[in-house]
Design a protein around this ligand. Sequence first.
Ligand code: ADP
Ligand code: MG
Length: 696
Amino acid sequence: MAKFIDPSSIRASQPANFVHNDRSTLEHSGRAEENSSNFVYNPNNRLPIYAQRSKLPICASRDHLMFLLEKYQVVVVVGETGSGKSSQVPQYLVEVGWAHHGKQIAVTQPRRVAAVSLAARVAEERNCMLGDEVGYAIRFDDCTSPNTKIKFLTDGLLLREMMGDPLLEKFSVIMLDEAHERSINTDMLAGLLKKVLKKRSDLRVIVSSATIDAQKMKDFFNVKKRGDVSTDNAAILQIEGRCFPVEIMYSKHPVDDYVKATVDTVLIIHKSNAPGDVLAFLTGQDEVEECCRLLSEKLKNVANISKYKIQAIPMYSNLPAREQLKVFQRAPSGTRKVIFSTNIAETSITIDNIIHIIDCGFVKTTVYDADFNTETLTVLPVSQASANQRAGRAGRVTSGKCYRLYSEDEFEKLKPQSVPELQRSSMAFPILQLKALGVSNVAKFDFLSPPPSKNFARALELLFSLGAIDAKVELINPIGNQMAEMPLNPMFAKCLLTANEFDCSDEILTLCALMQIKNVFHVPSSGKEKMKAARVQREFYATEGDHMTKLNVFTSYVNNRRSKSWCDKYYASYASLNRAYHIKEQLLKYARRFGIELTSAKGFDDDKVLRCLCAGFFANVAIYTSRGCFRSIRDPVSSPDLFIHPDSVLYTVPFNSGTYVLFTETVHSTKIYLRECSIVKSDWLLQVAPHFYSVR
Ligand code: ADP
Ligand code: MG
């Protein structure tokens, strides 16, 4: 039964626009790392290892799982984060003999850090040296030996291994871990493994998931004869988890501002004196911090509204591990813990003793726009599955309550399932990879969730115009194969592979690396400091646009011995620049392998860098029109109006009609903005992509 609350009834000040929460939508794009944690909490770390292992929920299901694996080729294991799936299952497999005769057990992870830290943990549990019986392999770092029985590796690396070993003969069991995340690579592996399973009856696949939606996975792998369950080759194993009911409450009216409504709901719970800790879901670090601030402000004004004290705790992936630990620590008696968290608490971590959930109903994810061929980080409504998963984070120790800051009608209108990454990403790189893996007809590939046909068509068109595939969708050697191997979006890969023609591979490598990080600059929150930052940063602004500006910042950073004090002086992000520096070093290894020499235009000839960018991004160009905005040159007539983003250095520049800008990033909110852009010349476009432009 649903009860109704109305958090807006105690809202104090002016409403903000709910749907276009610009604070979040204007944040820089990138993979939603915000939703994952590298930090592992171990509540039993004082106990000896064998005791820690036996306390894990999966322990009771060990024999059942081993039995299922004898009978079924695929087993989907469902259990919440922390139940022991990743660390225990591979060990059980070794114990019952799945690693005999030199065969290995592979456990895939979407994130590199998880592969390394799990391997370290399991090696410790087995009392062996890391890299001996238990090892890991991530890009650029192979820590395994001929003795290795359990190999943790990134899903991307397993895909790569399939290029050399299509049937994965080395392995007896493949565990697709964290499958609920539905990363592109997990989805691709699922499709490929389904093929391999047909050819290798001895192979087993374990799909492990932290959410209850396992049926789809099972159905995908299950190739039973129609209606006859006795021929099933896939099964589901549910590890005991939460069992207490969670009462769902909806907001009567849509709330104007979920950040405020979240804080107000905390106050309602607090005032009611209902016992128990609170976990509130928000979409990003900025909102989390604002909630903490708002709550403490409001508490100042209302003395003694509850018999409890309140301890507000933020949680997001960028938070240092020491701070993250606080969400797991018990609050002193008489104190209520209130955790404001990003989606990281939906599946990536499990917090005990949560009774109240507050769900804002939104999540930050990347979306792909086939028309502009760009991926943008956007705040979108959650799916029903996601809302239910959030609610389930309460009720683990006793019955719980979930306050949804949206109405029941709105809930009914939500998508049943979240959209997997593969359906909201460019298909260009996945198609290249499938081709490199020898998939002859990519359009007929058995995807767990097939991508929209528009995305597919756009990707083929792009790859063709980049010279990566021919008209028969076969890879063109060597450029197509090299692009498939490079961990870069194919447009950047093309720039890099062409960079020697323009003597600027050094600059292009830097730009490729800079594209992988968030802002190079900090934006101070106080108005006065903001102005000061803008003043000192202006020194780096290039009239050509954002790409040359970013290059200027990076070059200066390196010339100043990458010092933190230099970064502080210019409000540059030390952590981001440092990361870009290391990414560049890694990309350099690829460049060398493909025979790209390190060349530099050395700031003498900026045209060269921009012309080289055109070689990859010729399809991402907009033209300034007499209407005072840009239009995509792909189709200026039907293109929506495009605007320069306020973050871009070109924001205040007056343009003449007919000016071209190349963009590498867009932001969609109330309007479509070009966020990373540079002014280019039409001659350059004709020179580097005559095939593309003459057709138009
Ligand atoms: P799952 O995969 O189901 O989320 P894991 O096997 O990763 O569970 O972890 C189970 C438990 O093992 C954790 O709750 C924690 O107590 C312990 N553990 C796992 N990894 C580590 C680690 N790197 N350091 C310390 N403890 C760990
Ligand atoms: Mg796990």
